[in-house]
Write a new protein. Structure first.
Ligand code: G16
Length: 518
C-alpha cells in the first residue's frame, strides 16, 4: 500500500466528540486514513458510508472529518478505538498490519462481489477541497472502493443522503430540498385559519458565514464575498455561548424572530434582540427548542390516545448542559428525561429507547426519532393521507438546522405563538460557559454523564466548595472533544453569581491543569 500522507512529526489527533478535528494544516494524513476506514466500514456493512469534511463551529483555520454509518447516524462507537489507532498509525507497515488484523477480526473480505462505496461531502472551508482529495485517495487505496463526491453540503444533508441511499431511495440534494419543502408546505396547509399580520412576521436567519448560509437564498452572514469570516462573531455557537447579537444584527431587529445556524448547519438556536445599545439578546436555545417540540408532540399524542387509545412511550434526552429550568419544566409536563454525556452519538443512541425520542443539546444540536413500530402504526392510520409529513420534515439521521427551523416555524404557527411567548415557556436559570486552555485536556476524566470529575483528584471537591457558596448553584467541567480546551459550565440564581461561580471553577481548573493564567 502506498501511503501518500505520512503523519507529521509529533502529531496525534484523537477521535473526539464528533470525529477527528484539528488545525487544517496537520489533518490530511488523518483524513486519508479515515478514507480507508470508511471503505472498510462499507465492506463490513455492505452499505454506503459517508465522509463529511467539516470542523463545524470551530474557527476557519481548523478542519475535520465526520463519518456517517449506514443508518445516517455517526460511526458506531464500537469502531472508535480502531479509528483512533488507525488514524494515528505512523508508518505504512504499521498501518497495513493494523488493517489486516482488524479486517480479520471483523471478518471483512477484500475483492468479493461487493465494492465499497463512500459518499463525500465538504463544507465551505478553504482547506476542504484538498482534504476531500486526501479522503478520496484513502478510499481508492482499498481494492475496488468507489468514492462519490456529492459536493458542498451541510453535514445533515450528507448524513441524510447516506441514509436514503441505503434505503434504496433517490438521495440527491434536490430530493432533500423537495422532501423538506413539500412536508413543510403540507403541514402549514393543515393549520386552519388565516395568518394574522404578526404571524406573518419574517424569520431572519444568520448563516454563520458557512455552508448553511450558502444553501439559503435570503440570509444574513451567507459567507458570500464581503460578508465576513466563518464562525467569527456569528453562528449558533457564538450566539448561544456569548448571548449577544451576531454580526450583521442590531437595534433595527429588536423583537424580530431570528435564528442562527452553526458552521455546518447541524445546530441552531433562536433569539430576539432586546432594546438598548448593548446588543443583548433573549436566547431561545436547544433546551427551549426541545421543550417546544416536546409540548407539541405531547399534545398530538393526547389526541391520538383519545381517538385510538394508543399509548406511546415518549422520552426526552438531554446532557448536563441542559438548563436546570428546562429539565424541571419537562418533568412537570410529566415526561421521562434521561441524561447522557455530551455528543449527539450518545443522545441519538439513547433516543432509540422510546417510541418517540426527542433529544437536544443546549447548543441546539438534536432531532426527533420515531421507532419503526410507531411509524408503521402511524402510516397505517394515515393511509388515506399517503404520507406522514410530520415525520418527513424531521431528519432521522442527525440534528439538522434547516429541517429544525422549518419544524419550529410550523409549531409556532400552529400554536399562534410569537418568539416572545415561546421564550416565556419557562425562565432559564442564569448560566455561564467558559473555556480554559490546559496542557493536556485528557488529564480530566468524568463520570455520571459528565456531572462529576474523577481525575485529577481533588478537583471535584474544589468545585463542590465553590458550588456550596451559591443559591441554586451547579457547575461541572469536562474536556472538549472538538477543541483543545476544558469547558466550564455554571448556573446560579443570578447572572452575576453564575459568572462568579464559572470564574472561580475555571481558576481551579487552571490551578490543577493549566498555565496559571486565570
Ligand atoms: C459536536 C457534537 C456535539 C457537541 C459539540 C461540542 O458538534 O456533534 O454533540 O455538543 O461538538 O462538543 P465538545 O463540547 O466536546 O467540544 P459539532 O456541530 O461541532 O460537530
Amino acid at each position: 500500500m502506498c501511503i501518500k500522507y505520512p503523519i507529521p512529526e509529533g502529531v496525534k489527533i484523537s477521535y473526539g466528540t464528533a470525529g477527528f478535528r484539528a488545525d487544517a494544516s496537520i489533518i490530511s494524513s488523518t483524513v486519508f486514513r479515515v478514507g480507508i476506514l470508511a471503505a472498510l466500514r462499507s465492506l463490513k456493512t455492505i452499505s454506503v458510508i459517508g465522509i463529511m469534511i467539516t470542523a463545524s463551529h470551530n474557527q476557519i483555520s481548523d478542519n475535520g472529518v465526520k463519518i456517517a454509518d449506514p443508518s445516517g447516524g455517526m460511526l458506531t462507537q464500537e469502531w472508535e478505538p480502531f479509528a483512533d489507532l488507525h488514524g494515528n498509525a505512523p508508518d505504512p507497515q504499521n498501518l497495513v498490519n493494523l488493517i489486516s488484523e482488524f479486517a480479520k477480526k471483523e471478518n471483512i473480505s477484500f475483492g468479493g462481489d461487493y465494492s465499497a462505496e463512500v459518499l463525500l461531502g465538504r463544507d465551505t472551508r478553504p482547506s476542504g477541497e484538498s482534504l476531500l482529495e486526501a479522503a478520496r485517495q484513502g478510499i481508492s487505496s482499498v481494492v475496488g472502493a468507489v468514492a462519490t463526491d456529492m459536493g458542498i453540503l451541510t453535514t445533515p444533508q450528507l448524513h441524510w443522503m447516506v441514509r436514503y441511499r441505503n434505503m434504496g431511495k433517490s438521495s440527491l440534494e434536490t430530493d432533500y430540498f423537495k422532501q423538506l419543502s413539500n412536508s413543510f408546505r403540507c403541514l402549514m396547509d393543515y393549520i386552519p385559519g388565516e395568518m394574522t399580520a404578526s404571524e406573518m412576521d419574517e424569520l431572519i436567519v444568520d448563516g454563520a458565514n458557512g455552508v448553511g448560509g450558502a444553501k439559503l437564498e435570503v440570509v444574513r452572514n451567507s459567507g458570500r464575498e464581503g460578508e465576513g469570516v466563518l464562525n467569527h462573531g456569528v453562528g449558533a455557537d457564538f450566539v448561544q455561548k456569548e448571548k449577544i447579537v451576531p454580526s450583521g444584527f442590531g437595534q433595527a431587529d429588536v423583537g424580530k424572530r431570528c435564528a442562527s445556524l452553526d458552521g455546518d448547519a447541524d445546530q441552531f438556536v433562536y433569539f430576539h434582540v432586546l432594546p438598548g445599545s448593548n446588543n443583548k439578546i433573549e436566547l431561545v436555545d436547544g433546551d427551549k427548542i426541545l421543550s417546544l417540540f416536546a409540548l407539541f408532540i405531547k399534545q398530538q399524542l393526547a389526541v391520538l390516545s383519545k381517538e385510538d387509545g394508543r399509548q406511546v412511550h415518549l422520552g426526552i434526552v438531554q446532557t448536563a448542559y441542559a438548563n436546570g429550568a428546562s429539565t424541571d419544566y419537562l418533568k412537570k409536563l410529566g415526561l421521562e428525561v434521561a441524561l447522557t454525556p455530551t455528543g449527539v452519538k450518545y443522545l441519538h443512541e439513547k433516543a432509540y429507547d422510546y417510541d418517540i425520542g426527542i433529544y437536544f443539546e443546549a447548543n441546539g444540536h438534536g432531532t426527533i426519532l420515531f421507532s419503526a413500530s410507531f411509524l408503521s402504526w402511524l402510516e397505517t392510520r394515515n393511509k388515506e393521507l399517503a404520507s406522514t409529513p410530520e415525520v418527513e420534515l424531521i431528519n432521522q439521521a442527525v440534528g439538522d438546522a434547516l429541517s429544525g427551523v422549518l419544524l419550529v416555524e410550523v409549531i409556532l404557527r400552529h400554536m399562534g405563538w410569537s418568539i416572545q411567548k415561546w421564550s416565556e415557556l419557562y425562565q432559564d436559570l442564569p448560566s455561564r460557559q467558559l473555556k480554559v486552555k490546559v496542557m493536556d485536556r485528557t488529564a480530566v476524566t468524568t463520570a455520571n454523564a459528565e456531572a462529576e470529575v474523577v481525575k485529577p483528584t481533588g478537583l471535584q471537591e474544589a468545585i463542590n466548595c465553590e458550588v456550596a457558596k451559591y443559591t441554586m448553584g451547579r457547575s461541572f467541567v469536562r474536556p472538549s472533544g472538538t477543541e483543545d480546551v476544558i469547558r466550564v459550565y455554571a448556573e446560579a440564581s443570578t447572572q452575576e453569581e453564575a459568572d462568579n461561580l464559572a470564574k472561580s471553577v475555571a481558576q481551579h481548573v487552571d490551578r490543577f491543569l493549566g498555565f496559571g493564567s486565570s
